[in-house]
Design a protein around this ligand. Structure first.
Ligand code: ADP
Ligand code: UDP
Length: 236
């Protein structure tokens, strides 16, 4: 399978058409952005880590009954996925307070919740991805009631599977963002990526950050953190 015309270039990935109209190739870049695109940089090797790690997570989730867009890894940076219409919601699950949750509610980071939380942002760059609730999403016809129920159920299932998996490699899954899409027949599948760009990972013993917060917050050791989490998931 080879790349045809470029359909889209985002902040972290490019999307290419293929000879099959139902499939696209996503190509992972080393470009990094934060704070709504205000901070820009490069994380050397990130594209490889995010591509391969995403594919491993998607396959693990498929094994646990979560349908995903994953089809085939082509190379270090390129993967064939089912082309979907992305549901314009960023679905965020949290197990521990951090980031915008801690800031919004004036609490410290690191509070372990009794139950995971879910929230949605409206995926709209012009509006800067505002927080939205499911009633608003329905009112705006972003998704149907049934789709929102399906998305919520899958998101919590993803959390259960990934939380357990990451503990086996000495990592706490603090929070993460998911995107879902619709196949041509309307089936909802997990899309986009699952990587240190989209998850917070803390070392289980030391709470050391092994994710994009090292870039966002200028903590140093950014590439090392991506290498470390990748080494753990690949067992190398
Ligand atoms: P952004 O658009 O936020 O800059 P990326 O650089 O990651 O993000 O670009 C990848 C784009 O591809 C995103 O807009 C994402 O929603 C979209 N996407 C992810 N998976 C699929 C898929 N299976 N089919 C079509 N589009 C997808
Ligand atoms: N996240 C993401 N893309 C976004 C916003 C958030 O992947 O556009 C992820 C982020 O990496 C973290 C989780 O979602 O794992 C929760 O992020 P939060 O709301 O705390 O936002 P931030 O701290 O990035 O402002």
């Amino acid at each position: 399978m080879e790349k045809k015309e470029q359909l889209y270039e985002g902040k972290a990935k490019k999307v290419f058409a293929t000879t099959d109209q139902n499939l696209v190739i996503v190509s992972y870049k080393d470009d990094a952005t934060a704070f709504d695109g205000l901070k820009k940089g490069t994380i050397v090797g990130k594209g490889v880590v995010n591509n391969r790690m995403t594919n491993m997570m998607m396959q693990l989730l498929e094994q646990h009954g979560v349908p995903t867009h994953f089809v085939k890894e082509l190379s270090d940076r390129d993967t064939v996925v089912k082309k979907v219409k992305i549901v314009p919601l960023e679905v965020i699950i949290r197990n521990v307070s951090a980031g915008s949750f801690a800031k919004r509610y004036g609490v410290e980071e690191g509070i372990v919740f009794d139950e995971p939380t879910i929230e949605f942002s409206y995926k709209n760059d012009d509006l800067h991805d505002p927080l939205i609730n499911s009633y608003h999403a329905l009112a705006l016809h972003l998704a149907s009631k049934k789709e929102i129920e399906t998305i919520k159920a899958y998101a919590f299932k993803v959390n259960e599977v990934l939380k357990e998996y990451f503990l086996t490699i000495g990592v706490k899954l603090i929070d993460f963002k998911l995107e879902f899409g619709r196949l041509p027949d309307g089936t909802i599948v997990l899309a986009d990526e699952i990587s240190p760009d989209t998850c917070r990972f803390w070392d289980a013993k030391t709470n050391e950050k092994l994710d994009k917060d090292r870039f966002r917050r200028d903590l140093g050791g950014v590439e090392d953190a991506y290498r470390e989490i990748f080494a753990r998931v690949t067992g190398k």
